[in-house]
Design a protein around this ligand. Structure first.
Ligand code: COA
Ligand code: AMP
Length: 634
């Protein structure tokens, strides 16, 4: 018999969702309470906490200052620069209030967008919190994207201001951000009026007269002059941020997060899912450019009065595969959240976990994994070496917090390897067939969530209600389509088996193969192309591009393949990890002309496959297999 309070809690939510979320909302400071917990008539599928007024920065920072002002809010540890720093709640409040005053003086007000282009440094969190403080909408862009991707986001968000650092630091190189930013601004149809630039000593950037403002000077002046912005009251339904994520084309989707629902959902998840509370150190080893970073580096640990960790390094190589254990022992980290790929990287370098012996892991309580499928091998290895619960949980940028997980705070349920366990309160998860009919236990289907989505999930896409409806709500009316496929067993445990669209997951990074195909197709020698995700022992998946060259092209295919690899790096960015381009004479197609990507993937992965009945010319598949073999891929 499980002693978990999960069943009772989930049943309580199901019986009366509004009462459930009204109770959860008590964890938040409201300036004005909501008129209703949920308004089904508002927005695309309803809105949470209409009429309520709040401020996210207040809840994450200011409200803790009277009781825990001296407590560390942010630990910064940067093995790539050799820097360590602790920032208390009082210091964070002073820094964020001054920065918010600077941003406000640059003409940014409530509802204005601010694009943040920064690496893993505490100032990235300050920039986000400063926006939240004055009701501006931040949109953080991951540092591993190229200028064109940044430009696309500028065009959509139309920011008044960009806040950037002069560089990011990868173990093998300094990534100068300013040239990328300048190029993006020159490509953009909506250039920002100002850039607030944080100069880092590793790469000083040239300033553009009349546009660029130096962060250090501006914030120092604000502090000397005593200029500090107070928390501005915003509607619970106002946007806190827009985070762009890969869609099925090159145009990313602007996932909108509101203020009120987000506060409530994150606070609930910290206590009940992660079992992490005030004064405890919570480390999400991700990046502020991803949703995991937004929710569990920046907001959730601070909302509950915990200590968060900003780590500028990698799981391996900075300096070794003991980096995570050092962090855990040095800072008394209780909970670690990362992507399985980080553990696969550690396991590859140090299979016997010899580095672990050097560190006192006595305070460590749990490891949470998400962002990609957690393969049972890696989970079991982590369980064995760490001796603490290892918890897989499944969610998406769109939801902002876990759809399915194992709620440690309510008492963990028995683990089934390969399953992220059970739906969290708020989510009625169902598996349906192509016609939207529920399927039996253990039968594969589309994973859908009955509307409305709970607090914290996206209410819409940025200024694109129709795209939101079309992308998520029309395939299965009354349900949110997760675009993941999987099954549920007789105990209600979910198993996620893969995406139903063209999204692939490379080292926990979500990428669109459609977006990559657009880049490949733009090469002057390419007639046709297809990009698929193939199995990778470290990164889970890696992209593999097939190109058919235009007739009459006489250049060496090898040379063209190299250009294509570089083109993806230049147009999408190094994060795409696009390294394999294969020239083929033809692509396998159905008689109606659809490229058989699924079969190509099975061939590349060495999985069993059957000849599609609709194939136009079966011999093309042999050509694909041979081309992959030549490349050393299969
Ligand atoms: N800025 C600029 N470039 C970046 C970057 C950033 N913030 N993050 C990654 N890159 C670059 C890398 O340097 C690499 O470039 P390269 O082709 O010149 O080597 C490329 O993008 C691919 O990066 P990545 O896929 O992360 O591979 P990696 O070999 O650098 O590291 C891991 C592999 C497993 C160690 C790494 O992916 C990792 O730490 N993952 C942890 C999980 C995680 O953060 N997931 C995010 C969602 S939770
Ligand atoms: P992102 O929006 O970047 O968080 O990516 C979301 C996608 O990553 C999901 O739709 C899944 O395909 C995949 N994913 C995330 N977490 C898991 C998990 N625990 N198990 C399996 N797949 C996952």
């Amino acid at each position: 018999m499980s002693t978990s309070r999960y069943q009772e809690t989930y049943a309580r939510w199901k019986a009366d969702p509004q009462a459930f979320w009204a109770e959860a909302a008590k964890a938040i400071d409201w300036i004005r309470p909501a008129d209703a917990v949920f308004d089904a008539a508002a927005g695309v599928y309803g809105r949470w906490f209409p009429g309520a007024v709040c401020n996210t920065c207040w809840n994450a920072v200011d409200r803790h200052v009277p009781t825990r002002g001296a407590q560390t809010a942010i630990i910064y540890d940067s093995p790539v620069t050799g820097t360590k720093r602790r920032i208390s709640y009082s210091e964070l409040q002073a820094e964020v209030a001054a920065l918010a005053a600077v941003i406000r003086d640059l003409g940014v007000g409530k509802g204005d967008r601010v694009v943040v282009y920064m690496p893993m440094i505490p100032e990235a969190l300050m920039a986000m919190l400063a926006c939240a403080r004055i009701g501006a909408v931040h949109s953080v862009v991951f540092g591993g994207f190229a200028a064109k991707e940044l430009a696309t986001r500028l065009d959509d968000a139309k920011p008044k201001l960009v806040i950037a650092a002069s560089c990011g630091i990868e173990p093998n190189r300094v990534v100068a951000y300013k040239p990328l930013l300048d190029e993006a601004i020159s490509l953009s149809s909506s250039p920002p009026a100002s850039v607030l630039l944080l100069q880092r000593p590793q790469a000083q950037a040239a300033m553009t007269e009349g546009r660029d403002v130096d962060w250090a000077n501006a914030v120092a002046a604000a502090r000397v002059e005593g200029r500090a912005a107070e928390c501005v009251p915003v509607a619970a339904t106002d946007p806190l941020y827009v985070l762009y994520t890969s869609g099925t084309t090159g145009k990313p989707k602007g996932v909108v997060r509101d203020n009120g629902g987000h506060l409530v959902a994150l606070a609930w998840s910290m206590t009940n899912l992660y079992d992490s509370g005030p004064g405890e150190v919570f480390w999400a080893a991700s990046d502020v450019g991803w949703v995991v970073g937004h929710s569990y580096i920046v907001y959730a640990p601070l909302i509950v009065g915990g200590t968060t960790v900003v780590y500028e390094g990698k799981p391996v190589g900075t300096p070794d595969a003991g980096a995570f254990w050092r962090m855990i022992s040095e800072y008394g980290i209780k909970t670690l959240f990362t992507a399985p790929t980080a553990f696969r990287a550690i396991k590859k370098e140090d299979p016997e976990a010899t580095h672990l012996k050097r560190y006192d892991m006595g305070g460590f309580r749990a490891l949470f994994l998400a962002g990609e499928r957690a393969d049972p091998d890696t989970v079991q290895w982590a369980e064995r070496i760490l001796g603490v619960p290892v918890i897989d949980h499944w969610w998406q940028t769109e939801t902002g917090w876990a759809i399915v997980g194992n709620p440690l705070g309510l008492g963990a349920l028995p683990v089934k390897h390969g399953s992220p366990t059970v739906p969290m309160p708020g989510y009625d998860v169902q598996i349906v067939d192509e016609g939207g009919r529920p399927v039996a236990a253990n039968t594969m289907g589309s994973v859908v969530v009955k509307l409305p989505l709970p607090p914290g999930c996206l209410p819409t896409l940025w200024q694109a209600d129709d795209r939101f409806r079309e992308s998520y709500l029309t395939t299965f009316p009354g349900f949110y389509n997760t675009s993941d496929a999987g099954f549920m067993d007789a105990d209600g445990y979910l198993f996620i088996m893969g995406r139903t669209d063209d999204i692939i997951n490379v080292a926990g990074h979500r990428l669109s193969t459609g977006g990559m195909e657009e880049v490949l197709a733009s090469h002057p020698d390419v007639a046709e192309c297809a990009v698929i995700g193939i199995k990778d022992a470290l990164k889970g998946e890696q992209p593999c591009g097939f190109v058919v060259l235009k007739s009459g092209v006489t250049r060496s295919p090898l040379e063209i393949e190299k250009e294509i690899v570089q083109l993806v790096r230049d147009k999408i960015g190094p994060v795409a990890a696009f390294k394999i381009a294969v020239t083929v004479a033809r692509l396998p197609k159905t008689r109606s002309g659809k490229i058989l990507r699924g079969t190509m993937k099975k061939i590349a992965d060495g999985d069993a496959w059957t000849m599609p009945a609709t194939i136009d010319d079966a011999s093309v598949l042999d050509e694909i297999a041979q081309a992959l073999h030549h490349k050393g891929v299969s």
